[in-house]
Each structure stands twice: as C-alpha cells, then as structure tokens.
Design a protein around this ligand. Structure first.
Ligand code: GTP
Length: 307
C-alpha cells in the first residue's frame, strides 16, 4: 500500500501512572491503535483507561489490535476477541476492526497496514489560520564547549495544529504544515529548552496566540468507561464529583499541570492552575485527582460569562 501522506507513530506508555504522558502525546494524534494482549483477560485496567483517554481526546479512528496470538490457541483467540468486542461495545471503538496479530512474529502486520490506509481518513488540515504548534519535546542542540557566538537557540518539537510555518533552513521543505511531528529552531535561550523544559508550551507568532490562563472555568463530564473497572490493588475505581479545594492534575493540550478546585456548581468547576496554560474556549482538559492514576473527569473550557 502506498500513501502520499506519511503515517507517524507515537508510542504511548501503558502503565496508568504514565497516563499524563499518554495524554500529552494524544493531543497530536489523529488515530489510535489500541493494543490488547491476547493472553490476558480483557479489559485490563490500563486498556480501559487508554480507551477512556482516546474518548477524551475525541480520537474517532481506532484499530484494535489483539496481540500475542502466537501464545494462544485459535479457539481461545476467538473467545478473547468476543471479550474485546463486548468491552468496546457502546464506546467510540464499537465499530473498529479487531485485528489478531503477533507483533513479535510479525503476523498480520500487512493487515494492520491495510486497515491504516483504508480505514483512517487523512484529516482535513487548517492551513490558513495563524500558525500554532504544541510542544511535546524540546532540546538544546549545542555541543559542550561551543563558542558563545556560535550558540544556537533551543529546538521545540511538536505538532503544528493550525497554519503553516515557512522554511528557515536549506534542504528542508518550503513549508511545514499541520499533521506531522517537526522540530522548530527558535531563538529562545537554549537553557530554557533543554531536557523537555518547553513541553506544554504553545508556539506561535507574537500576539496571535490564545489567552494565557491561570484560572479556568470548565464544564465537566464523567468518564463512564472507568466505572466498574478494578485497579491492580483490587480497589474499585469510582468517579466522584470534584470538591472545593481538591488538588488535581490537569492535562491541557500537551501541558500537564497541578490545579486546585476553587468552586463547583453542578457540572461546572472553577480551577486554579499551578502553571499558566495557553488555552481557548472549547479546548478539552483532562483532570485526575492528585496521586491516582485513572482520569475520572474531563472538562471543556467555556466562557466566564456562562459560569
Ligand atoms: N509472544 C509474544 N510476545 C510479545 C508480542 N508482542 C510483544 N511481546 C512481549 O511482550 C512484552 C511487552 O512488550 P512491549 O513492547 O514492551 O509492550 P508495551 O505495550 O510497549 O509496554 P509498555 O511499556 O507498558 O507500554 C515484551 O516482553 C515483548 O517481547 C507478541 O506478539 N508475542
């Protein structure tokens, strides 16, 4: 199969304590391959949480991979596939294909390729709005001992959400467009960029970026997928309402930040953020109670006037 638009893969950590990392990556994804181990019962807590995350990030194109089929008999694989179908019933992945594979032995990888090409549409990109890139990694490209006058600014890696960035260096395409993952050379002090220090920032032209907020008003939705799923310590995961002064971890675009609940009214909440976030009305925010893995809440930012 051949496609003119290259497909790029972002590997997500499976464990629930790395959920924030997963959500940071999900902000730049168009589709998801949900991998389920064929030799374990389905759903495992992390599978459930990843599907919940996929729902939060509104990823509608999902291919479910039933992996490790080399370890089980055909009849077991068929039974297991039924449990996957039961698990995804009523979710965004309900009509997704479930492809039995063995990643290790490279069985049916061609079928996965075919599904990617045929089932995942190339998203419509916005080339005309102001350029905006969300940063998911950043680094310093200077070698130790570099001369002061040769020092280069830091590099920000991420995905362009809207607009185009013009060419800056030789041998590169004329424009970088929304979709792929790219590195952008900046004039930002390299020490501010090293070791992913820019992660969570939004890059754009001066004066053209959304507002910087330290307080957010959000509309909350509970994640029904997490109900009834048992975590490894066998405690039932329950999604409770937020309470005033509760401490939270929040994910806004590629930004992970702490927060405190200032006020709650029915499904609305006012949250004070530990780090300022560049957001706009309508953006999705994932909130988890401080110190736990699963994400019981997701919010959509909305205008102060509505609060
Ligand atoms: N038998 C068999 N083992 C597999 C297959 N795919 C992966 N494994 C094994 O499963 C284990 C976990 O594989 P990883 O690739 O680390 O899985 P992961 O999903 O990236 O794990 P996280 O680090 O939790 O994100 C490794 O020991 C692999 O060798 C498969 O198709 N068949």
């Amino acid at each position: 199969m051949w496609t003119s638009d290259p497909t790029r893969f972002v590997d997500c950590p499976g464990h629930d304590i790395l959920m924030a990392t997963m959500l940071n990556g999900a902000a730049v994804m168009d589709a998801a391959l949900l991998t389920v181990a064929g030799n374990e019962t389905c759903p495992q807590p992390q599978t459930s949480e990843h599907l919940a995350a996929v729902e939060i990030m509104k990823l509608e194109n999902i291919i479910v991979l039933q992996n490790k089929v080399d370890l089980i008999k055909e009849s077991q694989a068929l039974e297991h596939q039924k449990s996957i179908a039961e698990f995804v019933k009523g979710t965004v992945a309900e009509s997704s294909p479930i492809v039995p594979i063995s990643a290790q032995l490279k069985y049916s990888i061609d079928a996965v390729d075919e599904y990617i090409v045929k089932r995942i549409p190339i998203p419509v990109r916005d080339f005309t709005s102001d350029p905006r890139l969300i940063v998911i990694c950043s680094f310093d490209v200077n070698k130790p001992g570099a001369e002061v006058d040769k020092l280069k600014g830091g590099v920000a890696g991420g995905s362009i959400l809207t607009g185009v960035l013009p060419k800056t260096a030789k041998d590169e395409p004329s424009f970088a467009v929304p979709g792929g993952l790219i590195g952008v050379g900046t004039r930002i002090d390299r020490t501010l960029c090293r070791a992913d220090r820019l992660v969570g920032q939004v890059l754009g032209a001066v004066g053209k970026l959304p507002k910087i907020n330290t307080e957010l008003e959000i509309n909350l939705f509970l994640l029904r997928r997490l109900l009834g799923v048992k975590t490894e310590d066998k405690k039932q995961t329950k999604d409770s309402k937020l309470t005033k002064n509760e401490l939270l971890l929040g994910n806004i675009g590629s930004m992970s930040t702490g927060g405190r609940v200032l006020d709650v009214k029915a499904d609305l909440a006012k949250i004070q953020l530990t780090s300022p976030a560049c957001t706009e009305v309508g953006e999705k925010v994932a909130l988890s109670p401080f110190g736990t893995g699963p994400i019981p809440q997701v919010g959509v930012l909305f205008d102060e006037a509505q609060y």
